[in-house]
Design a protein around this ligand. Structure first.
Ligand code: SER
Length: 934
């Protein structure tokens, strides 16, 4: 059975059990409410997006769901390329939210695995583990096995929280969130007969552990019985890697089920393959590698070391395609760094193991998008940007690879020529320098060292990294005063809560009721003057999709608050507000909460958004126009990589490998303004099923998480099936008609990261303000030159020409008069000439030095202009023979004027920042010179 068949079969089985299909979430771990799960870097299992459903703070569309979830786990990256390890894999899952529980979950798993209608597995080739205290799960598996004539004692085993609690070890270690005991299902993979299982105790727990460790039992599926909410806090918020401290583990409001079946692994064992790489998920990628124009006789299955390299490339390539498809771009931190590591490891395998001399990864993207695209349409949609990103990143790495390899190979000479023992590892700071300066992920350095049998001091590398991070932390601390406060959430009593109704699309003022408050604490646990509150309905937009949060006021008979910021948490709009006078300031959490509740909860209030919202809205629609125009001018690889839409301006980041030309910028600006002047209506479709939105051609934003129903913003009044200039998935607020934007002016285009460009622009009133600023600068400049503004250019040209002429004249005068005020000092028979030329440029001072130079002389001329000091020295042949050295002389002298410099024995220049010290410096020259002469 192949991967596609298993996927289809699983979904069909659970559909027959009343489950509804739910879309896979992004690899960036956004949950179903759109909140980023800070406890994870990547989505590595099907349940992550559902945490709000498990916790009862959001309502699932159906109590039984099923998914096929793309997952990324890099913990076993070293094992990738063996028979069973992958970084990117698919996980099939069935979920219950307060519906069925353990008994039914076990029964479904058993039926799917063993029924002749489904996977029809031999019951003696299955074994199970349960959490050591879970008698119930033990009992359910025993019943099914017993009915099939298999002794449960030989097939069900009790293990501890490290394997049988989800997340692993979470009973004691966390992370915070829904958790529970789990039960894993294993399949006997060897061809021979499985161990005996008819008589109780024929096959013991020790036997099982041994066989499992040897890979004979392969885990294929995991049922998690979600029942508790692990609570705790970071031991050190600045160091999340130090883990959590447990504060409690209350029961969730209801019990739930989360299961995960590894798709490729299961397809592999069920299909009778030796390796996951033999499945149809990978074979097309190998064929594409073999078909590369420079692949020569490359063929999968001929040489195990080449096969291994091809497997690593295929795995990392798949992972990279999915990452970029989900809006992750290569960078030097977080998710972007993991992606960069994957890509660089893949390039290294191709370049060094296989010998691909040209960029190859981007040429293989089609084999992934064609294999997986039917299930993951984002791969097809993002194919141009995936290809562009992989191409740029590989080209960049190939350049640094050449440089870094030379450096590393120099360092490794000591091992190659035997001066260093093979057992000595490469030191950590060097490995870190290669990472920091040459972009070598640690694994790449390890890989290159391993080629000559040298290890890397990984601990030393980590220390060097930690030190560097410490330094950068120091530099960026205190950027945001709210960074250090604990996240202030609004709690509602147990059970499911209503979410805030957002009224801000239609108006900027509305009534509502304060339904919850929460103090914001400082690092000592005392309430700050600002606090957060929630309303049952609000007009304030919460920051998302690049559009900044609204500001404004919330007022009522006994309420007068200024809204500083708004965020969305589990569907509740949380307003950060401040009041005149704050009697709760400095109180402990509980006391502050009690006072705030008494003062505010239940109050009927009016929310009023600041008028600057109108500017934000113009900028937001203008952003959509810029996006569409960029794709028209540059091509479909242009994808939004971020944006910031505020009252002041719009900023739009997009994927594109090189700087835009002036002509391209003019064309983009022209297209955008044409659409503005057409006064096209902006049409919004709310609550569209995501598949329909895609069919409409709506552009999804890079890396943005969408639910199963979305909002589509379209420019123009056309029907959904007619082409439109711009159609985007977007939750933001927009103008009703593009004419309201007035005009859009692009201000800059620049680079933000490798392969990502940024456009900054202004619209409407801000564009007018910008034009006025420019105008005023022109008028002022023209006034200064006593010219008419329209003749400014020629007036400036004339002024510059005059200035040049004046400078020349002055230079001639300086040289003529140079030496007239010079001081002559006899230093051991050498004529030392020093002079200070005020308001003279360095090039003229140099001419004076040339004029004064003579064989028996040392000339030192100081010039000062614009608050800076220049020093020029020449040493004649006789003085030279006696030991005078211009460079050394100036190195000392320049220190006095707060500068430095140096140069050759016969001629040198230096600079300094302290004109007030020129006299001191001049006075010191003779002493320094005397010290040099023989
Ligand atoms: N969350 C569990 C796992 O990933 C089951 O889906 O193994």
């Amino acid at each position: 059975m192949n991967v596609s068949e298993l996927r289809a079969k699983y979904l069909a089985f659970f559909e027959s059990k009343g489950h509804q299909r739910f879309p896979a979430s992004s690899l960036v771990p956004y949950d179903v409410t759109g909140r980023l799960d800070e406890s994870l870097l990547f989505n590595g299992s099907g349940m992550n997006q559902f945490k709000p459903f498990f916790r009862g703070v959001a309502q699932p569309p159906h109590p039984r769901l099923m998914t096929c979830q793309k997952c990324l786990r890099t913990g076993d990256i070293e094992e990738v390329g063996d028979d069973s390890h992958l970084t990117l894999f698919e996980m099939l899952g069935n979920f219950s939210f307060g519906d069925y529980f353990k008994k039914e979950a076990v029964a479904f798993s058993w039926e799917f695995l063993t029924s002749p209608l489904w996977l029809a597995r031999d019951t003696t080739r299955l074994s199970f583990t349960v959490f050591e205290e879970d008698d119930e799960a033990y009992g359910y598996w025993s019943e099914h096995l017993g009915a099939a004539g298999v002794a449960p004692e030989s097939r069900v085993f009790r293990l501890d929280e490290d394997t049988n609690y989800w997340p692993a070890g979470s009973f004691t270690k966390g992370p915070p969130g829904p958790c529970g005991p789990n039960s894993e299902m294993f399949y006997w993979v060897p061809d021979d007969v499985p161990p005996p299982s008819v008589e109780p105790g024929e096959y013991t727990r020790e036997d099982w552990l041994r066989d499992e460790a040897a890979g004979r039992w392969l885990e294929v599926w995991n049922d998690v019985f979600i029942s508790s909410d692990w609570q705790g806090k970071l031991r050190d918020p600045a160091r999340p890697e130090k883990g959590y401290e447990k504060t409690g583990m209350p029961d969730l409001p209801f019990q739930s089920i989360d299961t995960g079946m590894g798709l490729e692994r299961t397809a592999c064992v069920l299909g009778g393959f030796r390796s996951v790489y033999d499945t149809d998920a990978f074979q097309p990628v190998f064929r594409a590698m073999e078909a590369l124009p420079f692949a020569g006789a490359l063929a999968y299955g001929k040489d195990s070391s080449v096969d291994h390299a091809m497997r690593v490339i295929a795995d990392h390539l798949r992972a990279a395609c999915f990452c970029v498809g989900d809006g992750i771009l290569p960078s030097n931190n977080g998710r972007g760094y993991v992606l960069r590591r994957l890509l660089r490891r893949a390039v290294l395998q191709g370049a060094r193991r296989i010998g691909f001399g040209e960029t190859f990864l981007y040429r293989l993207v089609g084999s992934v998008t064609e294999t997986m695209g039917a299930y993951y349409p984002e791969l097809v949609e993002k194919r141009p940007v995936i290809e562009e990103t992989l191409k740029n990143e590989e080209a960049l790495f190939r350049r640094t690879l050449a440089q870094g390899t030379t450096i590393l190979s120099d360092k490794l000479r000591a091992w190659r020529d035997g001066t260093r023992a093979p057992s000595t590892p490469l030191d950590g700071p060097t490995a870190f320098m290669l990472y920091d300066t040459y972009g070598f992920p640690l694994e790449v350095t390890q890989e290159l060292c391993a080629e000559i049998g040298v290890a890397v001091d990984v601990e030393g590398y980590r220390d060097a990294m930690a030190e560097a991070q410490e330094r950068s932390r120091g530099a960026s601390a205190m950027e945001n005063p709210y960074d250090n406060v604990q996240v202030a959430t609004i709690e509602h009593g147990g059970g499911r809560v209503a979410t805030t109704m957002f009224l801000g699309y239609a108006s900027t003022e509305a009534e509502g009721q304060i339904i919850g408050v929460r103090p914001v604490l400082d690092e000592n646990g005392h309430a700050r003057p600002a606090f957060v509150l929630a309303l049952d309905q609000t007009v304030f937009y919460a920051e998302s999709g690049g559009q900044v949060a609204d500001t404004g006021v919330i007022v009522g008979p006994a309420v007068s608050l200024r809204v500083l910021d708004v965020t969305k948490q589990d569907g509740i709009y949380v307003h950060l507000v401040e009041a005149e006078g704050a009697p709760w300031e400095g109180l402990a959490d509980d006391e502050a909460l009690a006072l705030l509740e008494q003062m505010y909860v239940g109050e009927r209030v009016t929310g009023r958004v600041d008028p600057t919202r109108a500017e934000t809205v113009r900028h937001h629609t203008a952003t959509h126009l810029v996006h569409a125009a960029l794709r028209e001018v540059l091509g479909p690889h242009v994808t939004q990589a971020g944006s910031l839409v505020s009252p002041e301006s719009l900023r739009f980041d997009f994927t594109h490998g090189k700087a835009m030309t002036d002509d391209e910028l003019l064309r983009v600006e022209g297209i955008v303004n044409e659409v503005v002047w057409q006064a096209a209506p902006v049409r919004v479709y709310s609550d569209v099923p995501i598949d329909e939105a895609r069919a409409m051609g709506a552009m999804a934003l890079f890396g943005e998480k969408y639910g199963d129903r979305v909002r589509v913003v379209q420019v123009g009044d056309m029907a959904p099936d007619e082409p439109s200039f711009s159609r985007e998935l977007c939750g933001g607020v927009h103008v009703r008609n593009t004419g309201q934007i007035g005009v859009v002016k692009i201000l800059h285009e620049s680079s933000v990261a490798s392969g990502v460009r940024r456009i900054t622009a202004v619209a409407g009133a801000r564009a007018l303000a910008w034009a006025r600023e420019q105008e005023s600068a022109v008028v002022t400049a023209a006034d200064l030159l006593k010219a008419n503004p329209k003749d400014l250019t020629s007036a400036v040209e004339r002024a510059l020409a005059d200035l040049k002429e004046e400078k020349k004249k002055r230079g001639r005068m300086v040289v003529q008069s140079g030496g007239q005020n010079a001081t002559h000092t006899d230093v051991a028979g050498i004529d030392l000439v020093t002079e200070h030329l005020a308001e003279v440029e360095a090039q003229d001072a140099k001419l004076v030095v040339d004029k004064l130079a003579a064989a028996g002389r040392v000339v030192v001329v100081f010039n000062t202009a614009d608050g800076k000091v220049g020093i020029t020295a020449s040493v004649g042949a006789v003085a030279l023979a006696q030991g005078a050295h211009a460079g050394n002389l100036l190195r000392e002298v320049a220190k006095v004027v707060g500068g430095g410099g140096g140069g050759k024995p016969e001629f040198a220049t230096a600079g300094g920042k302290d004109p007030a010290k020129v006299a001191d410096a001049m006075a010191g020259v003779a002493g320094v010179l005397a010290g040099m002469l023989k």
